[in-house]
Design a protein around this ligand. Sequence first.
Ligand code: FAD
Length: 518
Amino acid sequence: ERPIEGLIAALEETAGARKQARVRHAVVHWFKMDLRHSDNRSLALASAKAKEAGVPLICVYIISPQDFEAHLTSPVRVDFMLRTLSVLKDDLAALDIPLYVETVDKRKDIPHRMLELMEEWGSNHLFANMEYEVDELRREARMIHQFAENNMSFEVVHDTCIVPPGQLHTGAGKQYAVYTPWYRAWMAHIHENLDLIELYDRPEKNPDAARRTFKTLFDCRIPDAPKNKQLSDEEKKRFHGLWPCGEHEAMSRLDKFCDDAVTSYHDKRNIPGDSGTSGLSVHLASGTISSRTCVRIARDRNKTKRLDGGHQGIQVWISEVAWRDFYKHVLVHWPYVCMNKPFKPEYANIEWSYNMNHFEAWCEGRTGFPIVDAAMRQLNHMGYMHNRCRMIVASFLSKDLLIDWRMGEKYFMEHLIDGDFASNNGGWGFSASVGVDPQPYFRVFNPLLQSEKFDSSGEYIRKWIPELGALSDKEIHDPYNRGAGTKAKKQGYPKQIVDHKGARERALSAYKAGLESG
Ligand code: FAD
């Protein structure tokens, strides 16, 4: 399965048709996971095309409940995107550009509906940024052909990664499966192609007549979330307070992070009780900021123009943003990871436990391991979890509980506000030792040691498990084995559901047996 190659072939085959397509009354940009009007490559190209032809630019966003289902998009993420669309609509309206938003129930109808809209608006030119999930790539490839058959042009361009997938190869011409050498190649490639982090212009203002001609599009309202993705009033209040939306918010968050925290990022990024990370993942996942802009602005705050020099904090932060590119490259090159298969096929035969009591305890933050429980409660309350804790809870589920990592991956997608298939799948694969990690399976996180090392004062645990608030810094990591069992019990905090040492042995045997039977 090589969907990206199919897409590239489609783009090449129809390049001629694209050039010939006559610009009629408008040029259209289709928003997907790129909900911003600044530094948006496809939008900038569409705007330039419209300007050259002297016609207006129209923007469109299609809400697809089936896509939300297929991608397990969480209600809180859907809500964030819908709120963001309102901000985007206003920003574009200030430039006399309409943003038309419509719900299309069946995802298979999207290409046809898009053709209908193009016809209605008298447009022959559609632009969009590329999404790398298999279904999306296949759909775009088909659409490029369909458009060409209708003498129309559909241009799909790389935007979401800083270095587009397919650009980096090992000395033997292969795709990298290990982060560190990949990262060196990524860094060198950017330094050789500095335009990769240059800013794309905002779209030009539309001709005055656009307001009248496309009045109905300006007047359209943003639809409500599909029924199964709606938030309660309490959730709305909570999440709107926690996660203000839109690209202006994303930019001010980036600026604030660069002013206050980026230079100490390398020291603080692993401490979940400290707000030492950027909190930008929700914006990167919805495209309210580009990774290009993140890296460019961090670089501009540095004392050197090199991305791998100067402040250690800035270098490390850029190397974390690179992980996002890395996992998207992996997804494009090994698309079977989209099909519920482990990156390392030799790990497909592990006999997982499907103990639902254990799984529910994990989901609800009742495992008796305070660091795990605090993290899961953070996820359930905020739609977000600190990176260190994502690794701890993922290792705990797949190793200590020996539960199929795909159940955890799914739970994350259903609850994260920053859920991103490639990063989530990559993170789960890494933590469960079935992904792109050169370490063998015997690395099993010890939750107690992780807790003492990264939350030494227990600040994070106290925040999310208030019933343990009165315990000392030592007791809080393991109440029942450190003389605070009575206090913990009185507060209703559970005992550990497994013994880590025994669970570790069980996991190692199961992984070994799985490998041997493969
Ligand atoms: P910062 O530390 O400020 O990093 C800046 C940006 O770099 C992040 O916003 C993110 O876009 C990127 N980044 C940082 N670390 C990683 C990483 N390990 N992998 C990929 N990108 C990274 N990230 C998601 O965006 N969506 C997910 O669904 C997701 N699921 C994860 C699941 C597991 C099991 C694990 C271990 C990690 C997962 N991550 C995911 C990666 C990481 O945990 C988050 O990106 C990070 O916690 C977001 O917080 P931040 O924006 O403050 O990050």
